[in-house]
Design a protein around this ligand. Sequence first.
Ligand code: ZN
Length: 480
Amino acid sequence: MDVRRVPRRLRAPVFDAARGLARVLALVASLGIGSASVGQAVETPTTPAASAPSDERAKGTPRPRETFPVQERRTWRFEEDLRDASGARVGAVLIDNEFSGARVNACERLGPFEYKIVTSPENLPINPSPWYAFRLHRDGVDASVAPHEVVVRIVVTSSKSRPWPRVSVDGGPFERAPRDRYEGGEGAKECVLRLSLGEKPVVVAANTLIGIGEIEGWTDGIAAQFGAKPREIGRSRAGRGIRAFEFGAADARDLVVVIGRQHPPEVSGTVGFMRFIETLAADSKLARDFRARFRVLCVPLVNPDGVHEGNWRSTLGHVDANRDWHEFTEPETRAVRDAIRAFAAASGARVRLLLDFHATNKDIFYVPPDATPLEPPHFARDWLAAITARFPEYAVESSATNNVDEWTFKRWAFETFGAPGITYELGTSTPHERIGVIVPGAAEEAMRILLAFVEGNAESESASGVRPGADANAPSPAAR
Ligand SMILES: [Zn+2]
């Protein structure tokens, strides 16, 4: 489906008026005339004057002011601290970043069993969401040697630290570092973590590691439920596959798109994505009814390179993927855009909802501006009201004004398809068990509203012989 099939009354005229000029300016930019290239400073887009949307339109994907090479993958070996009674060196404390999702930009020994880990961003400016992940273990001594008390100073350059590291011992579940073992809270550039290092390796990370391996395993499992295999819709800059899968009625005309992990550190967003899709894929009556009417396209991991490298925000191209949904400088956003366009191209198909999962400092929904005419109408308002009614103790927060001038997926979604495009942010520190309660409830409410909308459409279609949306004057059933 393309925008021309969206009834004109559903299109905001200002977007149409600006689009032509924006295309010309984008062409000029692509020819390198007057455009900023990587390494040059570009100001973050600011709120434009209401009378000058075209100027704002001309700005494409923000370029970084400064870029840095990817981290060196290595193991740091510190032999000074493991000695026998005679003082001879008998082993070493090893610290490494040689696994997917790890990030350590520098490491050094400060004193006996005291080490410094430095994490720095891939480019500047950068969002204040620093990521780190590293592994420690002892080499050369066996289990008979008592665990050593190790102090790790985690230093964050160019930003503030994130609250509370997670620790996994010997591949076990990640747990928040105990309160009495961690100093330095939100806002500190340096925090101190005390660990007991025995024979088992310990992984420390800024958040629970849910990376490429975990997401691919989950994706394979869900797709297999429907006898499907995830397909590759494109490749990242480093050649990693970007995978998608679909489920629901093969001939459904009503479509839903759900994507996730444009931003590498946003693990809570991935947890939300998983719980949402699992609810749509569940063996409940509601979900079965939903799948009989809808088809769902899922892209769980938009930015695999960023996740692999432990980037704080960007793709390997030093671009914030969620500011690239206009110029499409990145292979990742182009791949997802093209997959969604192909998904929506079926005859008579209409995209009804596009969701993008993220994480930030709290649970919040970023919804389209109130005045944006969309179909289904008022979906965001109705959905948030339903979530509030279902979880009265859960303060549902939303904003229609956050990042309205940025080239986010959400904006591209509602401008392109005339359907609600929504960013669903889960709190970085929201417990995963809590996400596992709220998000399935939210998914059920979304299914109910969407089903009611298309069933209302079907009724009025059979009554009038005209499919709503095909006629600009046809009243929307949900608006009656
Ligand atoms: Zn994000």
